[in-house]
Design a protein around this ligand. Structure first.
Ligand code: NOJ
Ligand code: CA
Length: 581
């Protein structure tokens, strides 16, 4: 029954909500485009740079990245040409899941610094014209949160219904799958009150009960706290799991319709609309939730401006397409074209190929061999920055960072991976070597290795012992070396963000897929207001040819990842070219 379940859940686990907050601007400002009905909200022009704070820059030598480290590199962030930062959670947390287990939503994690450090960082971003989107983790809290401590203390505690409890005299609760649990069991028995509590993720991450209006008001209070500080939006973690059938019926024995009990329940849209009324509508915040529902209709409903829920969808179909043995370029084009067409007139999408839950972009979607790493990474960044939708760039992908090369279980930190490894050992019979080989290709710790600032000790990330091993290729792949090399991934990245900033057609222009059945080349145009651009991307390590049928006689090359691109559709391995037509 649970074949492909984990994958489905990972897909579902992203439901985006972003807000744009500003105390002085209580209503959302929308500027209507000169042509068509698409509004020019600031978040459509955003180029989002995702920072994994634990691994970005350590300022005090404890081996863990922190807020002062980020503040010290704001000029670097600005130099990339990005205008928005999405910061993974920085709230107080015992760090079972690196901040995705929050013990106090109104405080900063000790390892990351203080609230004063946060204020300095936020001010520094705003001074540079960079907006800040915070992660909001409210499908679950940490079991160390005061709400949970109260909740578990007795059956009559006022916080009892903040979480999902099942009294043991009712028998064992109907099975629910846990993504991170050693036994895959989402119910944990607690002797203290002779009851089970629900945790879709690890045992230390109990699910909050969204059916309880008090819980929802608590969350809106937290959101307002940060909005009043002046942050610019929220990315809502795993929010689709918040809406579930709390009668906990037995899963059907066959078929896939168990998802309707598990996540994306009927109240999902009610919650989002209430949240919009209570918070988003009162601030100028961007909202994006992790995941985009069960269907294009779901996704659409979440971000249809007339429904007053979220601003943009963050769908996993694209990033989910690459498996350990690669992917089909035709499938890739299909997925992105399908999603674009669903949002061509209304709603808005996020465009991404990586984040802190995926292995590195170039290793999955490009080619991380020494011969092709840089060129294929430039090609992928060209894709991200020329598509319709808000691009999200995961930190380090501007440098073309690769997978970590971990081979031993002791190299890893990820709670999901460590528990799954233990699970396999417990049940016996699984091939642990195969498991580690796969992890080396796909596990999320591949993208969490410390950011390589230079070729100095510990990649210039820390003066102490880094919390996770540094990728040994930092000696050549690092920001300082790439800044000096005019042909580096980093300098190419700056050119492509500038191209997007200078050409609104790349933000708002209509997307049209060309040469649809070409198995190697992704070709598309973007056009609006009489301007038209053509993008050719060779996704393969061999030469290829695009047949677009377009008149190229007046075409002008605006950018390419090789010198002197041709205009005859012939492309070198992983070549990317952007033309003005
Ligand atoms: C999705 C987050 O992106 C991931 O890192 C986290 O482990 C789970 N949600 C649980 O919060
Ligand atoms: Ca530190």
């Amino acid at each position: 029954m649970f074949k492909n379940f984990t994958r489905t859940l990972v897909v579902l686990s992203v439901l985006g909500v972003s807000f744009n907050s500003c105390k002085q601007a209580p209503t959302k400002t929308r500027e209507t485009a000169s042509s068509g009905s698409i509004t020019k909200d600031w978040w459509k022009k955003a180029v989002v740079y995702q920072i994994y704070p634990r691994s970005f820059k350590d300022s005090n030598g404890d081996g863990v990245g922190d807020l002062n480290g980020i503040t010290s590199e704001l000029d670097y962030i600005k130099s990339l040409g990005v205008n928005t930062v999405w910061l993974n959670p920085v709230y107080s947390s015992p760090n079972t899941d690196n901040g995705y287990d929050v013990s106090d939503y109104r405080a900063i994690m000790k390892e990351f610094g203080t609230m004063a450090d946060f204020d300095v960082m936020l001010k520094g971003m705003h001074q540079r014209g960079i907006k800040l989107v915070m992660d909001l983790v409210v499908n679950h809290s940490s079991n160390q949160h005061e709400w949970f401590k109260q909740s578990r203390s007795s059956r009559t505690n006022p916080y009892r219904n903040y979480y999902h409890w099942w009294n043991a005299e009712r028998g064992k609760p109907p099975y629910r799958y846990s993504l991170f649990d050693v036994n895959h069991d989402a119910w944990k028995y607690d002797t203290l009150t002779n009851a089970y509590y629900l945790h879709y993720f690890s045992q230390q991450q109990p699910d909050l009960n969204w059916e309880n209006p008090k819980v929802r008001q608590e969350v809106y209070g937290v959101m307002k706290f940060w909005a009043d500080k002046g942050i610019d939006g929220f990315r809502m973690d795993a929010f689709q799991f918040a809406a579930k059938d709390t009668t906990f019926p037995k899963f059907p024995v066959t078929g896939q319709n168990f998802m309707k009990y598990y996540a994306i329940g009927p109240h999902l849209h009610d919650y989002l609309q209430e949240m919009n009324r209570e918070v988003y509508s009162k601030y100028n915040l961007m909202s994006v939730a992790e995941g985009a529902g069960n269907s294009l209709q779901d996704a659409h409903d979440m971000v249809d401006a007339d429904r007053h829920e979220l601003d943009m969808a963050y769908a996993f179909d694209g990033v989910g397409i690459a498996g350990p043995n690669g992917y089909s370029v035709l499938d890739f084009k299909n997925v992105f074209s399908r999603w674009d067409s669903a949002f061509a007139k209304k709603g808005w999408l996020s465009i991404f190929l990586a984040n802190h839950d995926q292995a590195r972009m170039v290793s999955r979607f490009g080619n991380d061999s020494p011969q092709f790493r840089a060129i294929s990474s430039k090609m992928l960044n060209t894709f991200l920055l020329t598509m319709r939708g808000t691009p999200y760039i995961y930190n380090g992908d501007e440098l073309g960072m690769t997978n970590a090369g971990f081979t031993k279980i002791s190299d890893y930190n990820d709670v999901a991976l460590l528990n799954e490894y233990q699970h396999m050992k417990n049940i016996g019979g699984g091939d642990l070597n195969k498991f580690l080989l796969l992890a080396g290709k796909e596990n999320r710790d591949n993208s969490r290795t410390p950011f390589p600032w230079s070729n100095l000790a510990n990649a210039g990330f820390t003066t102490g012992k880094p919390w996770l091993k540094i990728n040994p290729n930092y000696t050549t792949i690092n920001a300082s070396a790439e800044e000096k090399d005019p042909n580096s991934c980093l300098n190419y990245f700056k050119k492509i963000t500038k191209l997007r900033a200078d050409n609104p057609v790349l933000v708002y222009g209509k997307y049209t897929l060309l040469d649809k059945s070409n198995p190697n080349v992704y070709a598309y145009t973007r056009e609006t207001d009489g301007r038209k651009m053509l993008v050719l991307l060779n996704f393969k390590s061999v030469a290829a040819e695009a047949k677009t049928g377009l008149d190229m006689s007046k075409a002008k090359v605006l950018l390419g990842n090789y010198p002197a691109p041709s205009k005859d559709g012939k492309l070198k391995p992983y070549e990317a070219v952007v033309y003005q037509l």
